[in-house]
Design a binder for this molecule. Structure first.
Ligand code: SF4
Ligand code: SF4
Length: 507
């Protein structure tokens, strides 16, 4: 099979006459027939998808508006955490090692919550894939959403498919072509800058950073990351488009492991559609299939394939071909659903004249849902039982102990007092399991008895001295004795503890 030349696709024409169903003379540039060697890279042939109209297109518009709205606006939403804390709703505060998500705050030592969240997301993806194939790819994947946005901008400046095809036939220097192409690329770059800009706003206070970016005083890495993300958005969303899904993304190859014969996939109902052929008004439908070979499903496809060739790796399951075909079926007076979400099991059963209902509950979906529920429950229990007070202690080794003039033994520790509450807290340190021990926090007033104030949502590092009177030290069985350093939040009674050693002279 010879490779498809760009002109085969780009210079196709929309044909219609009074009787025949309108049809596009188009070849799917990425189908197996024109690209038999699917493992090796094949240069991109431009695809000019026609605008689809219908239920799935509307769903995609809605998902696009919601996801882009969230992405661009989220850093600008304010959330009051009190006077000493950032008021940005969602903030990845790398300088202070904190991750803020409205009322939630993740500390570095709680990073396992992020890991847990990623596991929950992956399991949810497995479950949805087992039920309805590549729904993530078709509707919500950032690549799909941004490509959709870029195609919409292209359509805005250059018109729908047929207008774009006419533009492609013009020489590059014809002013109308030059103007429309330039405006398209400029809009893509603007989207790239907005996307890169929005991303860096998640890492610093958005209004402050916006001003800094404009007057050139932002940290240099903000410009670097903005430039990187602006370029990748322009290249991946505007120029590479479906090639990212075909060549760069591992998911099309992995997702097959999550699907089975009962997974809903965008499918062409061969039994009903074949034999296909153009149809003229008034002609009988006897002895032929419902497919009028209009290729409306091909011209709307952003992946450049023909769904009638069967399940293909390039298909992102966006369902736009369902909308296009339903439109055609309505026009020719045939039932909708020649292309539809269908399971392989149902198609096979229909070929034998049987009926196979959709099976939502099956071992695979039960397993994914069960593990998802389990991990989510563990995560929620861990979250609601997380400590808002924590203590970490490190024994000072040089010297390991000091013997004071009254014979008592003193050890020194570097201790971190964590207060995760959005208000300053009065805390108290004590040494459990060490008879007669006295705890002193260096720098605190005399008589404070191990008490210290820890500011809002912070870690206070202090030097702590633990002294054991000579009489009690003499009773210690070993040179090295384990005891528990306990930190108590006076107001709430919350406690956190660490086991650590107390060193004393050789007996
Ligand atoms: S074949 Fe249909 S579902 Fe698959 S990518 Fe093309 S339009 Fe989307
Ligand atoms: S499947 Fe539907 S849209 Fe595609 S060529 Fe046949 S009739 Fe046209």
């Amino acid at each position: 099979m010879t490779a498809l030349k760009p002109d085969d696709y780009i210079h196709s024409d929309f044909k219609a006459d009074a009787q025949a169903t309108p049809r596009d003379d188009v070849k799917p540039v990425n189908s197996a027939a024109v690209r038999p060697n699917r493992l090796s890279y094949v240069g991109r042939v431009a695809i000019h998808p026609k605008r689809a109209k219908g239920t799935y297109r509307n769903i995609k518009w809605a998902v696009m508006a919601i996801t882009l709205g969230i992405y661009y606006l989220l850093p600008w939403i304010r959330y009051d955490r009190g006077p000493d804390l950032p008021n940005q709703g969602v903030l990845i505060d790398l300088e202070n090692n904190r991750y803020f998500f409205f009322w939630l705050e993740i500390w570095p030592q709680e990073f396992y919550f992020i890991t847990g969240l990623l596991i929950v997301s992956a399991l949810a993806l497995f479950l949805f894939t087992a039920i309805a194939g590549r729904v993530w790819c078709g509707y919500a994947c950032p690549q799909t959403v941004w490509v959709d946005l870029m195609i919409s901008l292209e359509r805005f400046w250059q018109g729908d498919r047929n207008e774009r095809l006419k533009l492609e036939k013009m020489r590059w220097w014809i002013p109308v072509r030059l103007y429309r192409k330039t405006m398209t690329h400029l809009s893509w770059m603007l989207v790239g800058v907005a996307t890169g800009g929005a991303l860096v706003f998640y890492f610093r206070d958005a209004p402050t950073l916006a001003v800094e970016l404009l007057n050139g005083t932002a940290p240099y890495y903000s410009y670097v990351f903005l430039a990187i993300f602006a370029t990748t958005t322009y290249v991946l969303g505007g120029l590479s488009r479906e090639q990212v899904c075909t060549y760069m993304c591992p998911w099309p190859r992995i997702q097959a492991a999550m699907t089975d014969r009962h997974t809903l996939l965008v499918s062409y109902r061969t039994e009903r559609g074949e034999p296909r052929s153009p149809h003229k008004k008034g002609e009988t439908w006897e002895g032929r299939g419902d497919c009028v070979d209009c290729k409306a499903c091909v011209v709307v496809c952003p992946a450049g394939i023909d769904i009638r060739d069967g399940s293909q790796l390039e298909c992102i399951q966006c369902a736009l071909c369902i909308d296009a075909c339903n439109d055609v079926m309505a026009k020719v007076g045939r039932p909708q659903g020649l292309i539809a979400y269908e399971t392989v099991a149902k198609q096979e059963a229909q070929a034998c004249g049987k009926h196979e209902p959709f099976q939502l509950i099956r071992p695979r979906t039960v397993l994914y849902a069960g593990v998802l529920a389990l991990v989510t429950t563990i995560l929620l229990v861990a979250w609601f039982n997380r400590k808002l007070v924590e203590v970490n202690a490190l024994h000072e080794r040089n010297p390991p102990y000091v013997q004071l003039s009254d014979g008592s033994i003193r050890n020194a520790y570097t201790v971190k007092l964590l207060n995760k509450r959005y208000e300053p807290r009065e805390m108290e340190l004590r040494a459990d399991g060490l008879p007669g021990a006295k705890v002193t926090i260096v720098g605190e007033p005399a008589g404070s008895s191990g008490r210290a104030r820890v500011p809002t949502d912070t870690v206070r590092e202090v030097r702590v001295l633990v002294s054991v009177p000579a009489a009690d030290a003499a009773k210690l069985a070993n040179r090295s004795t384990n005891f528990t350093m306990v930190l108590k939040d006076i107001a709430s009674g919350d406690e956190s503890s660490r086991t650590i050693k107390f060193e004393s002279p050789e007996k």
